[in-house]
Design a protein around this ligand. Sequence first.
Ligand SMILES: CC(C)(COP(=O)(O)OP(=O)(O)OC[C@H]1O[C@@H](n2cnc3c(N)ncnc32)[C@H](O)[C@@H]1OP(=O)(O)O)[C@@H](O)C(=O)NCCC(=O)NCCS
Length: 216
Amino acid sequence: MQPGSPVLYSIGTPSDSDEMVCLLGDAFALYDPPAVAAGLTPPEFENFVRLLCPHTEHQGLTIVARSAETGEMMGALLTEDAASELPPGLESLSAKFAPIFDVLGQLDTEYRSGRTASPGESLHLFLLGVARKFAGQGIAQQLAAECIENGIRKGYRMAVTEATNKTSQHVFRKLGFSERVKRSYLDHRFQGQAFFTSIGDQGGPILMDRFLARLS
Ligand SMILES: CC(C)(COP(=O)(O)OP(=O)(O)OC[C@H]1O[C@@H](n2cnc3c(N)ncnc32)[C@H](O)[C@@H]1OP(=O)(O)O)[C@@H](O)C(=O)NCCC(=O)NCCS
């Protein structure tokens, strides 16, 4: 398949789940800096995505990208209503997730500062991944743009995401997201231990948000 060949973007359905689990499991475990630093394997990350799929698929907020020529899944942006509860079963995941959930949880706690979002108000752009062989073709940016358009059509007024690395931060900034809360990978400690010093060059995770109006 040639770079630049046509891509179809659609709202994810239950029939997309198996491929999405594999794609996001690989993309994150192999290329997302905190997942790599924590030593998560693709099957371990897949278990997390598998918990999220049934939890989110009925909301119609996830976007998938497929090759128009072959139908192969190229990328996905697993999205939920920000007012959703966490899915059951997180305690069964690998303990390697704990420092990641800790640092991202700090961002969310500070951002929400006691407020709770109402259903239908805010999109949570949760897991954005593009298969490595399709990287650098603008697919992540288009997934996020489609997600925003879909959210606007459904009446959402806000979008929020935790961007864990410089590439995703660039993508979301380009789409009009602003930085709200940051942490430093070098400074973070979980149970007295530093897990992320090897990825200090990535700065740290940033919670970003934007009001939803159509992209120009
Ligand atoms: C992050 C990810 C989704 C990007 O997918 P992609 O389809 O390659 O992204 P795009 O082609 O749409 O855009 C990438 C942009 O980042 C830029 N970029 C690449 N590396 C960068 C870096 N180290 N620092 C800053 N920007 C960078 C590219 O130049 C491009 O921007 P441009 O269009 O202005 O030139 C993909 O790399 C991935 O799946 N990574 C693993 C999972 C992950 O990290 N997900 C995000 C967690 S929040």
